[in-house]
Design a protein around this ligand. Structure first.
Ligand SMILES: Nc1ncnc2c1ncn2[C@@H]1O[C@H](COP(=O)(O)OP(=O)(O)OP(=O)(O)O)[C@@H](O)[C@H]1O
Length: 416
């Protein structure tokens, strides 16, 4: 980012309360048009950071510049024309109406002797209309629901019409449609050149809408960048102590997160090779990975649901093209993976000439588990060839046949 485009420039700041340091040595720059989500566990310093960047909380070390000017050298009114801050908890003065509350957003533009002009009223009503509280103008603020009040306070921050907007959990009490709406509006104003910093706990929502995420942990910046670089299993583990898989949702194309409790007691399980396709082994791969089994998969198809699950859960994944028979090289690699695995699992697949080699490869497994939830004759698209091979396979002493539920229970007990 060029220096001239820097709107926020925080240089190694330290912020705290009395002797307690909360934010330490944090440096960040932000430019016009950025929608920046601030993430982090409870107490990691998100609100503290926002407050210090808008001058509500002094820093004891470092410097903050807004639009190239030292924050500390700006008067309160000057700051209020540059940055609007919507705080997490709203203190409600008794008797004040929703419209009065929004009009207070206009104070940076009024002299002490001036009353609000018709323009100020029009601006206030315009933003109340946007946040869906136009019909609440005369209602006392203390009588509103948490979500209604939050939308009124957002209208107030917007009515300040500043190039910078700091929102501290603006979506916390909002229902799903308003949560998304707030983010959409933020995107819209960022496209017009404003800069928005938004504290948010919902990582999926943040990843969906923000151009950049900053993940705080223990008072420092753990990660800063585009959502796909910040929302990773490693970062989520470091910040929240959570095991997770992060993947592009198959249908929405959005980043999705699956969190789980790892039931491994620190011990990885034995290597398992999974043969699947058509979404038949997604639950198997997920349950194995959640229980700390190393997993390889073969041969899956490009675009298959099982391929997406294998990628999401970090399973070593042999992928062939979307159509056509499994080639010789892929078939060979599949057999090598089978040879390295302690168990091989064959899913309840539909067999065709294109994936028949997966069935043939299963003959090389030392220990084979076949998942059978429907008769093979219902899954045979090879005019009997697959069914014949399948029956030979099930008759071998190395083979155990079980239902999917049974297999998943065994994996959860880590008895594989
Ligand atoms: N006024 C205060 N006086 C003393 N300590 C404070 C004060 N405000 C916050 N803290 C402490 O500073 C730390 C960071 O608080 P902060 O509110 O910035 O965290 P946060 O990341 O926004 O948390 P949350 O997700 O729970 O809103 C916490 O340990 C908190 O207890």
């Amino acid at each position: 980012m060029r220096e001239t485009a820097t709107i926020i420039d925080a240089r190694r700041i330290r912020v705290g309360y009395g002797p307690k340091t909360v934010i330490n040595d944090v440096a960040l720059k932000a430019g016009p048009g950025e929608l920046i989500g601030i993430l982090g566990p409870n107490g990691s310093g998100k609100s503290t950071l926002l407050k210090s960047l808008c001058g509500l909380l002094p820093y004891s070390k470092g410097e903050v510049f807004l639009f190239g000017r030292l924050l500390l050298s700006m008067s309160e009114r000057e700051r209020a024309r540059q940055v609007a801050y919507m705080q997490q908890e709203v203190q409600v003065s008794f008797g004040i109406t929703a419209l009065d509350a929004v009009l207070t957003g206009r104070y940076p533009y009024l002299r002490w002797w001036q009353n609000e002009s018709p323009d100020d009223y029009a601006i206030a009503r315009q933003y109340m209309s946007f946040t869906g509280v136009a019909d609440l103008v005369q209602r006392p603020l203390q009588e509103l629901s948490g979500g209604e009040r939050q939308r009124v306070m957002l209208a107030k921050a917007l009515a300040q019409e500043t190039p910078l907007l700091f929102l501290d959990e603006p979506t916390a009490s909002l229902d799903l449609s308003y949560q998304e709406e707030i983010f959409r509006y933020c995107q819209q104003i960022c496209q017009e050149g404003k800069t928005v910093l938004i504290v948010v706990h919902d990582i999926r929502l943040a990843a969906k809408f923000c151009s950049r995420l900053i993940l705080l942990s223990a008072g420092g910046i753990l990660a800063d960048g585009p959502p796909s670089k910040v929302v990773t299993p490693e970062h989520l583990y470091q910040a929240f102590g959570l095991h997770s898989s992060v993947y592009e949702n198959y249908t929405s194309g959005q980043l999705d997160i699956h969190t789980y409790d790892r039931r491994s007691a620190g011990q990885p399980g034995k290597m398992v090779h999974v043969i699947g396709g058509g979404g038949t082994v997604g639950a198997v791969i997920r349950t194995l990975r959640e229980n700390a089994y190393p997993v390889s998969c073969g041969v899956l198809r490009q675009g298959d649901m099982d391929t997406a699950v294998a990628r999401a859960f970090g399973a070593d994944n042999l992928v062939s093209q979307a159509f056509g028979p499994i080639g010789r090289e892929m078939g060979e690699r599949n057999r090598q993976k089978i040879a390295q695995a302690h168990y091989t699992i064959l899913g309840n697949l539909y067999f065709s000439q294109e994936n028949l080699d997966n069935l043939k490869a299963a003959f090389t497994a030392g220990r084979l588990i076949i998942v059978e939830d429907s008769p093979v004759d219902n899954r045979d698209g090879t005019a009997g060839e697959a069914a014949l091979l399948y029956r030979q396979l099930t008759a071998r002493p190395e083979t155990t046949v079980m239902k999917l539920d049974e297999l998943l229970r065994a994996v959860e007990k880590r008895s594989l």
